[in-house]
Design a protein around this ligand. Structure first.
Ligand SMILES: [Zn+2]
Length: 115
């Protein structure tokens, strides 16, 4: 059994760089970075992760659209929590094997903004 990321389901493949491996915490480096440490309100980022993981697909879809919008709105503030939170919704869809839902959410937000 290859180690698999607990969030996005990423499986370490032999032809990938050795730096891109699932670590001892069961996460790939990207998911590890997204959930390490605290948010700007000093709450552990894993709290938001747990909230996302508890959501139904419909709830996650709403949250994803919300985060895509907020992340775009906060484009001039790289330290905004919305950026990693938005990235994390993408990883959760990956883990659910429904990455199309993220693309649909993205299109829906763009349509609402008149693009
Ligand atoms: Zn991952």
């Amino acid at each position: 059994m290859k180690p698999k990321c607990k969030i996005c389901g990423y499986v370490h493949l032999p032809d990938h760089a050795e730096t891109f491996v699932v670590g001892a915490d069961g996460l790939c480096p990207m998911c590890h970075d997204l959930t390490a440490g605290n948010d700007n309100y000093d709450k552990p980022r894993t709290e938001y992760l747990a909230r996302l993981q508890a959501m139904t697909d419909a709830e996650l879809r709403d949250e994803t659209e919300h985060m895509i919008w907020l992340s775009a709105y906060a484009a001039n503030n790289p330290r905004s929590d919305y950026h990693w939170q938005c990235d994390l919704t993408y990883k959760i869809w990956m883990g659910r094997n429904k990455i199309d839902e993220y693309s649909r959410a993205h299109k829906a937000v763009m349509a609402q903004c008149g693009y």
